[in-house]
Design a protein around this ligand. Structure first.
Ligand SMILES: [Zn+2]
Length: 76
């Protein structure tokens, strides 16, 4: 079990979907996680993919924040 409960909601502000996968020290819902992966591929391709894999969760946070600024939450 995780020692914290911060990962029960998608990190994108206003998003209320259940979490699907971790992104840095936080977590994303499926839709936003897939969007984040797509963004990483577009931004840095395989090089960034490998770099991201080698990063610690804390090191991933700034990259997640950079992506999160590009995200628009669609009202449901
Ligand atoms: Zn979300």
């Amino acid at each position: 079990m995780s020692e914290t409960m911060h990962d029960t909601m998608c990190l994108v502000g206003g998003c209320t979907q259940p979490v699907y996968a971790p992104a840095g020290t936080r977590a994303l819902c499926k839709e936003h996680f897939l969007d984040f992966v797509k963004w990483r591929k577009k931004k840095g391709g395989l090089a960034l993919f490998r770099k991201y894999s080698a990063m610690t969760m804390q090191e991933r946070d700034p990259l997640v924040d950079e992506w999160a600024k590009t995200v628009l939450v669609h009202p449901r």
